[in-house]
Design a protein around this ligand. Structure first.
Ligand code: BES
Ligand code: MN
Ligand code: ZN
Length: 500
């Protein structure tokens, strides 16, 4: 789907359908909707009077124009109540329209900038949110479906604006929306990929493609490199798998110079069986997406390079399978991370924190001034927050506030969980410096508490996205299957840090 901007009028464009809108409670439409209504001899006003169009949020009405307009169809999109209409609503509107209008006979769409007129939203952000919404809502994962499956696609959406003075800003903002949505959709493709189609080596190869396309520096540590660096924690997870582990580094240097203002570290378990502490069969297939953190970081780095903020950002993705087998780690094993900290492995299914431990040590060694890690770390975060928000845990309130703002800008809900020192007791081991799992509740916090010593006093936020990475149904900008959560939040954070 292409998203374009054109200086023209909805009453003059010949797209297969032109989209106007209506707020709930409006009986006589104005603006572009009014102009279209006049061309249709008051058809929209009549449909409102009849009660067919009410302007409710999510309402999509298709009216055939039979030659009264250059376009054969007018679509009236309900915007809901005016005081509840915001940029999140625009994004979800675009996504819902992309799905509702994917029909035979409709290939090109033209739309006005919903919310930028009487909606009172800032023009640029409204255009960006609309482009994001259309591209995010249009997403499907069809790679492994029969070719004769429903392949109806909308070829293009054109944002039309009659005021020449606004066209430049709309064009730039829409391009930004496309860029952000493309990044989220790349992460979705990787997370949706079955583990036999996306091994750690495949994921590293994808990172190399992103690096090449965006002029990023890439380094991939092999098993022998990790051994040399003393990454015994990461390697303990990889031991059970026939697939070699890969530790990916992507570097973007927007301000030049040494070190990094921000490290983005993403869990890359391309399949999590649980290892010797094996998972039950039910829903285990979802564990193909246990590399969502890594996919999100790789996709975010590509987008950050394209947006070119004046910050240095390093993306780190520890990639491996977590498999049982004759060589796999066993409960009770003690391993040593890169910083020398020893870990008693109580549960081999708590593998995410083991690979992140060494990745976080490496981020510090590389000179990261701030660290964000993103991981499908605990089932417990679903118990706490469901599929509505992801958990944030931090050692630095000010830095966490920046990420919260970046996530809100992306339309992603977050919620902080406490990091009180009382929880430190939970990960104490009798035989090592710490253990990787406890059985006293607060599972999500325990995951963060395990990670905390590996970042030391570097400002750090841990994002536990295990409740939102895979969705059971389409909902607004969120797609069924891999959702794309966290990608745009991290991009927004890097951009905001570049402006500070
Ligand atoms: N990848 C899982 C967490 C997960 C669960 C992600 C469900 C998405 C959906 C993680 O590696 C895991 O197994 N965590 C354990 C930790 C426990 C053993 C301390 C869990 O949550 O049960
Ligand atoms: Mn696990
Ligand atoms: Zn896992």
């Amino acid at each position: 789907m292409k998203f374009l901007v054109e200086h023209t009028d909805v009453t003059r464009t010949a797209a297969d359908a032109v989209i106007v809108n209506l707020f709930e409670g409006v009986t006589v439409p104005g603006g572009a909707t009014g102009a279209v209504d006049a061309a249709l001899d008051g058809a929209i006003t009549k449909l409102i009077a009849q009660g067919d169009i009410r302007g409710k949020s999510g309402e999509v009405t298709i009216i055939h124009t039979f030659g009264k307009l250059p376009s054969p169809r007018v679509v009236v999109a309900g915007l809901g109540k005016r005081d509840a209409f915001d940029l999140d609503a625009v994004r979800n509107l675009g996504a819902n329209l992309a799905r509702a209008l994917r029909k035979p006979g409709i290939s090109t769409l033209a739309t006005i900038a919903h919310g930028a007129g009487i909606g009172g939203l800032a023009a640029g952000p409204a255009a960006q949110a609309l482009a994001e919404g259309f591209l995010l809502g249009n997403y499907r994962f069809l790679k492994h479906k029969a070719k004769d499956d429903d392949r109806t696609e909308i070829a293009s959406v054109t944002l039309v604006e009659s005021d020449a003075a606004k066209v430049g800003q709309f064009t730039a903002s829409a391009a930004r929306g496309v860029l952000l949505a493309d990044a989220a959709n790349l992460a979705r493709d990787l997370a949706n990929a079955p583990s036999n189609h996306l091994t750690p080596s495949d994921l590293a190869a994808c990172a190399a493609d992103v690096a090449k396309e965006n002029g990023l520096e890439i380094e991939v540590l092999e098993r022998a490199d990790m051994e040399r660096k003393g990454m015994g924690s990461l390697l303990s997870v990889a031991k059970g798998s026939a697939q070699p582990p890969k530790l990916v580094r992507l570097s973007y240097r927007g301000r030049g110079g040494e070190g990094y203002d921000l490290a983005l570290v993403g869990k890359g378990i391309t399949f999590d069986t649980g290892g010797i502490s094996i998972k039950p069969a039910a829903n285990m297939e979802a564990m193909k997406a246990d590399m969502t953190g890594a996919a999100s970081v790789i996709a975010a780095l590509g987008a950050i390079a394209k947006l070119a903020p004046k910050v240095n950002v390093v993306g780190i993705a520890p990639c491996t399978e977590n498999m049982p087998g004759g060589n796999a780690s066993k409960p009770g094993d003690v391993v040593s991370a890169m910083n020398g900290r020893t870990i008693e492995i109580i549960n081999t299914d708590a593998e995410g924190r083991l690979v992140l431990a060494d990745a976080l040590c490496w981020a510090k060694e590389l000179g990261a001034a701030n660290i964000v890690d993103v991981a499908t770390l605990t089932g417990a975060v679903t118990t706490a927050l469901g599929d509505v928000a992801y958990g944030l845990m931090t050692n630095n309130d000010a830095f966490c506030s920046k990420l919260e703002a970046a996530a809100a800008e992306a339309g992603e809900k977050t919620w902080r969980l406490p990091m009180w020192k009382e929880y430190d007791e939970y990960i104490k081991s009798d035989v090592a410096d710490c253990k990787n799992s406890a059985s006293r509740g607060a599972g999500t916090i325990v995951g963060a508490k395990f990670l905390e010593p590996f970042v030391g006093d570097t400002p750090w936020v841990h994002m536990d996205i295990a409740g939102v990475d895979m969705m059971s149904a389409d909902k607004g900008w969120v797609s069924k299957g891999a959702s794309g959560y966290s990608v745009r939040a991290m991009i927004n954070l890097a951009v905001a840090m570049g402006q500070a």
